[in-house]
Design a protein around this ligand. Structure first.
Ligand code: SF4
Length: 369
């Protein structure tokens, strides 16, 4: 297939779904880990087209949603300082911290700016030598190479006024944490194609083998996702637990070695707390010793304050795939994309926003399904 339309061909979709119908003999629960895939699945109603017993649950694949509350609070504290230009992607400005968000800082006169790439933030540092420019570096393995490049560029330019507030997270440790959870029901995973385009899929191989769980590297178009589901169910039905690649047009087993090398040079592994999930060992990145000079946490020490989550928000359970957005009492009423109470309603990749955008109303809870 060469053109976008072919990845949305309804005839092919029906053929794959009918193959799935004849392949599946038992109930299976699959998780897509990527928020972009969640949006396609929910917007296209793919989860509602699957044969009875094949269930999709939506994982912690939204970078904005899993950025820990403590880090959002830290961002707000740093952005509130005089002389700081705080840069972030647009979604992060609306993520609720314990007592407000970055947009609130901007409204109170703080210099908070939306950038489209981390290199824009480096350019701001060059253009404003008398100000401190801080970039909020969040996201999975997909955004890490560009953020690493920005740090490298700032270092090579000798910029003393550029730093990054790093809150990167990594997908494989999250998959392991989900599989280790006592209430885990996931029997197969769709791995996000763009993460694997950077990192390859070798790191999934030990997970598939140790937990006997199929993992299918999958793209983002409707037919990619349906084919990924078919491949996973074929494995489940035949007792295989391997890593397979549906997204052959973009992903190689070892990924992009130059991007991986850049990440390895600038960042090092660290334990990371995931919002709504908790701490996962070795699941994040922080600046390596050679680039610690550009660490905003060191440059702007912030006294640790008690964090306060919304009492009604069940984002943690949604991110672990144990509840649906429509199980939340605030969904679509107190919590909407215009007035989000939790991060999954803010981001374009959040599961609650995906459900709301697709017009899903309150419906059967996971327990009732
Ligand atoms: S609907 Fe809003 S309040 Fe409920 S879980 Fe989602 S983000 Fe949280």
């Amino acid at each position: 297939m060469k053109y976008l339309d072919e990845y949305r061909d309804p005839v092919l979709a029906r053929r794959l779904l009918s193959e799935l119908e004849s392949t599946a003999t038992r109930p299976w629960t699959l998780m897509e880990v990527c928020g972009g895939q969640t949006h396609t699945i929910v917007r296209q109603g793919i989860d509602e087209l699957l044969p009875h017993g094949i269930r999709m649950i939506h994982g912690p694949g939204c970078p904005v949603c899993v950025t820990p509350l403590e880090m959002v609070d830290k961002a707000i504290a740093i952005a509130s300082r005089d002389g700081v230009i705080f840069c972030s992607y647009g979604d992060m400005l609306r993520v609720p911290g314990s007592g407000g968000d970055l947009l609130g800082v901007k409204a109170r006169g703080g210099d908070v700016r939306v950038v489209y790439t981390p290199l824009d933030a480096v350019s701001l540092a060059v253009a404003n030598p008398d100000r401190q420019v801080v970039f909020f570096a969040v996201g999975f393995e997909t955004t890490a190479p560009a953020n690493a490049m920005a740090v490298k560029q700032a270092a090579s330019l000798g910029l003393d006024n550029f730093s990054v507030l790093v809150s990167h997270v990594l997908v494989p440790p999250a998959i392991t944490a989900i599989l280790d959870a006592p209430d885990n029901e996931v029997t197969a995973f769709l791995a996000a194609g763009h993460v694997c385009a950077v990192m390859g899929w070798t790191q999934y191989e030990p997970i598939a083998a140790a937990y006997r769980v199929p993992i299918v590297v999958t793209g983002f178009e409707p037919l990619d996702l349906i084919e990924g589901i078919v491949m996973a169910v074929r494995q489940l039905e035949t007792g295989r637990a391997e890593v397979e690649n549906q997204y052959v047009r973009a992903v190689r087993r070892t990924g992009n070695s130059r991007a991986r090398d850049t990440i390895d040079e600038v960042f090092t592994l660290t334990d990371r707390t995931w919002r709504g999930i908790g701490e996962i060992a070795h699941s994040g990145l922080r600046l390596s010793e050679a680039y610690r000079h550009h660490d905003a946490e060191t440059r702007f020490p912030v006294e640790r304050e008690a964090t306060r989550e919304s009492e009604v928000c069940i984002a943690g359970e949604i991110l672990r795939g144990t509840r649906l957005p429509t199980d939340c009492l605030a969904y679509g009423t107190a919590c909407t994309p215009r007035h989000p109470l939790g991060a999954p309603m803010v981001s374009a990749e959040g599961t609650c926003a995906a459900f709301h955008t697709a017009g899903r109303g309150r419906q059967a809870t996971l327990e009732e399904q």
